[in-house]
Design a protein around this ligand. Structure first.
Ligand code: PNS
Length: 159
């Protein structure tokens, strides 16, 4: 079976990679879908987020990364994916994911599998990574090395 792991991945964190790794152990193939949420302002553009997600998951067999444009249900149908896999950290994630799961299931019957985040990364978020990084903090413990390097580079060039 094939699953899709959708998200903004701005940037991809150890928490995301953990969920993708566990999804790849459950499904034959996993497509990481790098999307755009119109309500969000991004640190990295889509190409950069895709590049970093590819680098961070390159050692995972059966995992590939693509750009998500349009509806998630259409993306999944076009690729023959039966399920979406999302990580779940705290109650606010659940409220949002339940809403998404319901609407996606109503649209095409797409199923959603919610994986509890591993304890180590249970409260990690890209938003906090961006905040810490923008104020000069060290985020190397939370993101793959290439992501940390790219954040550092961006901070130096963008000021
Ligand atoms: O990491 P995020 O920001 O929660 O990811 C959100 C994303 C990109 C996965 C989500 O916005 C999405 O699925 N967008 C595709 C459009 C869609 O199908 N929306 C669901 C119906 S409202």
């Amino acid at each position: 079976m094939k699953a899709v792991c959708p998200g903004s991945f701005d940037p991809i964190t150890h928490g995301h990679v953990d969920v993708i790794r566990r999804a790849s152990a459950l499904f034959d193939e996993v497509v990481v879908a790098v999307g755009r949420n119109s309500a969000k302002k991004y640190l990295f553009d889509t190409d950069e987020r895709v590049e970093l997600a590819r680098a961070a998951t390159s050692d995972l067999p059966g995992v590939r990364v693509e750009v998500l444009s349009g509806l998630l249900v259409d993306f999944c149908r076009d690729r023959g994916a039966e399920a979406v896999v999302k990580g779940l950290r705290f109650a606010s994630d659940f409220d949002f994911e339940l809403q998404m799961a319901h609407i996606n299931n109503s649209l095409t019957g797409l199923e959603t599998v919610l994986l509890p985040a591993s304890a180590q990364w249970g409260t990690l978020s890209s938003t906090m990574i961006r905040e810490v990084a923008s104020l000069g903090g060290d985020v190397r413990a939370f993101v793959p090395a290439l992501v940390a390097d790219r954040i550092e580079q961006k901070r130096k060039t963008d000021g």
